[in-house]
Design a protein around this ligand. Structure first.
Ligand SMILES: [Zn+2]
Length: 223
């Protein structure tokens, strides 16, 4: 039997405690790293990712269904990084045809969603803020097609038209030209990872939007 001195036992105990502490620290660091949002969860400015994409943020103007300015500024449009990367690919493909994208809305703070719901409490057109909109997650965009000079292509209706003519499947009283343009927008968006909404030809969600949480960040309006 080996007899350990008091000092030797103390050293062994301290070494064991240090090893256990180190193991727990490593486990904790790994756990934290895996729960941290990945880089593509960031909100980024669309203009920074592709400055060729036109911006016309309607809720920063009086030209919207509410006839009032719901955003204090419309100079910057934010979306999740993964959305911006996909929109960049859509824009590049459209440019080969002399066309491009124009964005009416991207990330929308939850505070604005509450204002919209107060004006239009109809879930066919405005998401209930208790559930949150895909725009509140930075994972949806309202868009149309434009020529290289920024003029809009003909579509079945104007943006935020709350009639059945704006439905993605509508054909009644819609010209062939408008139907062709709507089909082009839909096909190029679907090709690059978006899906449309039944009641609005201009609205697209990133496929996988569920992985993003609802955000309420008013600072996106700072120019
Ligand atoms: Zn929308």
């Amino acid at each position: 039997m080996i007899l350990l001195t008091h000092e030797r036992r103390k050293t062994i105990l301290l070494s064991t405690a240090a090893a256990v502490f180190l193991c727990f620290s490593i486990v904790w660091i790994v756990a934290c790293a895996s729960s941290k949002p990945s880089a593509d969860a960031d909100l980024v400015s669309i203009q920074q990712v592709n400055p060729h994409i036109h911006i016309d943020i309607r809720y920063a103007t009086l030209n919207n269904f509410a006839n009032q300015k719901l955003y204090p500024s419309g100079k910057i449009c934010f979306v999740r990084r993964s959305v911006a990367v996909k929109l960049d690919k859509v824009q590049q493909e459209l440019e080969t045809q002399g066309l491009g994208l124009k964005i009416y809305d991207g990330y929308r703070p939850l505070s604005v969603q509450k204002k919209m719901w107060a004006i239009m409490p109809d879930e066919n057109y405005v998401a209930n803020p208790t559930k949150g909109s895909r725009h509140n997650r930075g994972a949806a965009v309202d868009i149309t097609l434009v020529r290289a000079d920024g003029t809009e292509l003909l579509m079945p209706t104007a943006f935020d038209d709350f009639t059945e003519k704006a439905w993605r499947t509508a054909t009644k009283d819609i010209s062939d030209e408008a139907l062709r343009n709507r089909t082009l927008l839909q096909s190029v968006m679907e090709k690059h990872g978006f899906s449309g909404l039944k009641t609005e030809w201009w609205h697209f969600d990133e496929i996988g939007w569920e992985r993003y949480e609802i955000l309420d960040i008013d600072s996106v309006f700072k120019d």
